[in-house]
Ligand binder design. Structure first.
Ligand code: GRG
Length: 315
């Protein structure tokens, strides 16, 4: 659909990742108390695809093209939000890996945070990152962003993190363990609720927030909200598939854990082929939404490529 557009996705991804990485390094340059900041840096700066932060910047650039804001300016306006999102994501991984939750030893090819710093510090590093994310968003977002936009985004960020978002999704996910054999209709409903909150909420927020900060109108916000939902669901289904088809070397974490724990996943509910078919439907819907969003091919290209990447990634 966006063929004919000369767009180098790897270069785009590399540039945006470096931009986010540099900002996060700057924000986390503190050492008092040293072990806390070391632990925070370990998880925020130590790798990761940065898909959420990059999505926020890509959506900001796309929305800016309709609001008379340059792409460079859009990145400046959304960079604190992209950094806040990566902080929330990193803290959710730290807590998810704790012995009281998924009890994982390996993340991004390295020992998990609590394995290096101990459970108490890992827990507190997660807490500090959660709070710091809102601080960064509110205090670092440039003055040019209209205050009402920033308040909307700040409110949505805390909602996304809480009981109606990540935390609720995690609790529902834990409660689904060992329930692989529930009736299909119940499984389908539970699964979509878990995916929507645990993974979908932050990815949807990433797309929506970038656009909101750059003055997107209601139609574009609505389109991006759905595009974010599609991305979030695709990302999690791909994750469920990788848990079955991936290796420890390619994933940097232990595969097969969902199945071993008897977790409800897209693959356990619909099988590998069912999961692949759903991904293909979502990819088509995503393309159609972007096509009708009134963006030029050039401005839509990064968002289109990010959906494709989420679906076809190997880690
Ligand atoms: C937000 C207050 C608060 C608490 C956290 C533990 C928890 C509550 C939620 C769990 C959220 C979670 C771990 C969801 C899984 C999402 C997912 C697919 C993670 C992997 O994301 P990638 O592949 O990771 O983008 P990288 O390593 O590339 O950054």
């Amino acid at each position: 659909m966006f063929t004919g557009v000369a767009f180098d996705f790897q270069q785009y991804l590399g540039q945006k990742r470096s931009r986010i990485q540099a900002e996060l390094e700057r924000l986390l340059a503190d050492n008092d108390p040293e072990i806390l900041w070391e632990s925070m840096r370990y998880s925020v700066l130590g790798g990761g695809k940065r898909i959420r932060g990059v999505l926020c910047l890509a959506a900001a650039e796309a929305a800016a093209s309709k609001s008379g804001i340059s792409a460079d300016e859009a990145v400046l306006l959304a960079l604190p939000c992209a950094s806040a999102i990566e902080m929330i994501h990193a803290m959710s991984l730290i807590h998810d890996d704790l012995p009281c939750m998924d009890n994982d030893d390996l993340r991004r090819g390295r020992p998990t945070n609590h394995k290096v710093f101990g459970e108490a510090t890992a827990l507190l590093a997660g807490d500090a990152l959660l709070v710091m994310a809102s601080e960064v968003l509110m205090s670092r977002t440039p003055e040019q962003v209209e205050k009402s936009y920033l308040i909307d985004v700040a409110l949505e960020l805390v909602r996304t993190s809480g009981a109606r978002g990540l935390v609720g999704g995690q609790v529902a996910d834990m409660a689904s363990t060992g329930l692989m054999d529930m009736p299909p209709s119940v499984a389908a409903e539970k699964l979509s609720m878990i995916h929507e909150r645990k993974t979908g909420a932050l990815i949807r927020f990433s797309v929506w927030s970038g656009a909101r900060l750059c003055g997107a109108d209601q139609d574009l916000l609505k389109a991006f909200k759905r595009y974010g939902e599609i991305l979030g669901l695709s990302f999690q289904i791909a994750d469920d598939l990788l848990d079955v088809t991936g290796s420890v070397e390619s994933l940097g974490k232990t595969p097969g854990k969902d199945q071993a724990a008897g977790k409800l996943t897209w693959v356990s509910a619909y099988g590998v082929e069912g999961a692949r078919a759903k991904l293909s439907d979502l990819e088509q819907e995503g393309k159609s939404i972007l096509h009708h969003a009134g963006l030029s091919s050039e401005t839509a290209a990064p968002l289109a490529a990010l959906l494709e990447y989420s679906i076809h990634r190997q880690n």
